[in-house]
Ligand binder design. Sequence first.
Ligand code: MG
Length: 248
Amino acid sequence: MNRIPEIMIGLLFAGAAAAQTSEGPQPPVVDPGGPGMAPSDAIVLFDGKDNSHWLTMEGKPSKCTVGDGVMTCRTGAGDTQSIEKFRDAQIHVEFNLPYEPAMRGQGRANSGVILMGRYEIQILDSYQNATYANGSCAALYGQSAPLVNACRRPGEWQTYDIIFHAPHCAADGTVETPGSLTMLHNGVLVQDHASVRGRRCVAGEGPIVLQDHSQYVGRKIGTAAGVTEGAPDTIIKFRNIWMRRLNQ
Ligand code: MG
């Protein structure tokens, strides 16, 4: 009569035996900081005071400007790269996009966070602005569309929290083992262990590159009817950028 309860108790004890505790080393202590603060073990790449951690792609001082705790990158500044290089990392970036109603699709507030200088996390005003899915905001450009569109309106601050594992490369430059990307956009899961590949695998480390999309002005970009094609005067704002190295 009591056969079923006895079996359940047996299964309970079996499960407890499988989940053994151990007296291993304690995890390192990290002060997570308050809102808008970097964790205590993070490498701070932009703290609102200066952009001394950033350079042009030619290795000269960044042409983005700093004021009121914000890094402002305007059309023509060119791509801006971090001096710090990395592979596997947790990265936090906050950005604020302009409202460009005359533009559409890829033409509307296009920037990007390019990991290792190669794998672009798209920045785009995708709030009520459709484009191809794997090129929309929070996409791993050309590879993985976001799971959902978690965009805020232009003019509002947005966050990326990125967990990136770089692909492993074979000697011939092909991908031996794909990398992975997990990412929150404004606190919402948008990439869940997405596979990271590339046309050419990059060994070693690389920088974070903040994209100035106006360099692609020669390509067709989206404009509303009656607007002459050309790169709009786009001002992308960044703040509170930090990184934690992983597996090192
Ligand atoms: Mg882009």
